[in-house]
Write a protein that binds this ligand. Structure first.
Ligand code: 5GP
Length: 193
């Protein structure tokens, strides 16, 4: 997705040769017009799959996920990283280790919002080692639902996540693929020398 690649190159800031900070358009300030296009890209790729629900994890997955949900005209469900006191009904839970925070969260969704009749599109902002996406896939499996695919805004292709998801048999679409962040420089897949 050219517009996104351009944003990543122009506004992305590399930290320690491994983390890409995209606070200018995705993780803090959100470029709503760009997110609308991101949602439409996911829709165009997965539109034949009769998606009934978009699933993501708070907080940064919500912006792209809600735009995709709008395009599919289905609800957007996000996994919570802490159990709120208002969540009194039965839940599905899984543990997700955060690559950037180096912390494991016990994430939950209410069972009533994901059922075996659902055909789910998982969305997240980044794919690094695949922990978040595989954790969300675990929640889909626990609910007895089907995972129709995984939509990622930015894939760090030099990490193992994409391979792990494909090994699990998942249909993965990444809108921007990063080959390297070495020397604090963004090199996209296809730009390698
Ligand atoms: P994974 O679970 O695939 O290892 O990592 C993906 C999750 O970690 C995403 O939900 C994202 O929030 C965070 N993440 C991983 N790598 C980066 C990165 O380079 N930049 C930012 N901003 N978040 C990242």
């Amino acid at each position: 997705m050219e517009l996104l690649q351009q944003k990543v190159k122009e506004d992305g800031v590399v930290i320690d040769g491994s983390i890409l900070k995209v606070d200018a358009f995705l993780n803090h300030q959100i470029d709503a017009r760009l997110m609308k296009e991101v949602g439409l890209e996911f829709y165009n790729h997965f539109k034949e799959k009769e998606i009934t629900k978009v699933l993501t994890i708070e907080a940064s997955g919500i912006a792209p996920a809600i735009m995709a949900a709008l395009a599919f005209d289905v609800p957007c469900l996000f996994a919570k990283k802490a159990v709120p006191s208002t969540l009194t009904e039965a839940v599905h839970t899984t543990d997700i280790h955060s690559y950037t925070k180096n912390k494991t969260s016990h994430v939950v969704i209410s069972q009533k919002f994901l059922t075996k009749s659902d055909n789910v599109l998982i969305i997240d902002d980044f794919l690094a080692n695949g922990e978040a996406a595989l954790g969300l896939y675990d929640l889909v499996t626990q609910a007895g639902a089907n995972c129709a695919g995984v939509g990622i805004v930015i894939e760090k292709s030099f990490q193992q996540g994409a391979g792990r998801l494909r090994e699990a048999g998942l249909d993965v679409l990444s809108l921007c693929q990063i080959a390297s962040l070495q020397d604090n420089k963004v090199t996209l897949v296809g730009e390698e020398s």
